[in-house]
Design a protein around this ligand. Structure first.
Ligand code: HEM
Length: 149
């Protein structure tokens, strides 16, 4: 969000957009990028035959940027409506904590944006942990005016 300061400012003036914004941020930069499934029976997936017992790696991070599912998928659009991303998975193993994670996202982002109106990136590029699956920051340098200061 800090890489899109206009979007952050828009969210400051339109807090009612927060639920849609959290969904769009989950789609745009999903914290979990991979899921594994084992086929229970013969199936065909994108023209490939999958045999029972074979493991399939699902790249949900890519699915969340699928141009067939999302117009302009590489654009962060906090007002995108009906975002059917799969950042929390899909089906019987759909994330048990999705409702809590959504609520936490709304509360935390809302508090950050209102308490630090000039919060912005500063210093070297943000650094990410080296993981194929999980998107997490190891370093994020920011600058802001302390509240009341
Ligand atoms: C932004 C935060 C989160 C993301 C992106 C996320 C993502 C996911 C994904 C993608 C799965 C499905 C894995 C699969 O199908 O192979 C999953 C499952 C799960 N998540 Fe989360 N999760 C988040 C937060 C949480 C929280 C806060 C909790 C608990 C309080 C939680 C508990 C679980 C559990 C228990 C499962 C396994 C469900 C099952 O296998 O039936 N998650 N999560």
């Amino acid at each position: 969000l800090l890489r899109h300061p206009h979007a952050a400012d828009r969210l400051r003036t339109r807090p009612d957009l927060m639920p849609a914004a959290v969904e769009e941020l989950l789609r745009y930069d999903a914290p979990v990028h991979l899921m594994l499934r084992r086929a229970r029976h013969d199936l065909e997936l994108a023209g490939r035959a999958i045999a029972p017992g074979q493991t399939v790696l699902l790249v949900c991070g890519a699915a969340n940027r699928d141009p067939a599912a999302f117009p302009d998928p590489h654009v962060l659009d906090l007002e995108r409506s009906g975002t059917r991303h799969i950042a929390f998975g899909h089906g019987p193993h759909f994330c048990l904590g999705a409702a809590l994670a959504r609520l936490e996202g709304e509360v935390a982002l809302g508090a950050l944006l209102t308490r630090f109106p000039d919060l912005r990136l500063d210093g070297p590029e943000p650094q990410w942990q080296r993981s194929l699956n999980f998107r997490g920051l190891t370093r994020l340098d920011v600058r802001f005016t302390p509240a009341g200061g």
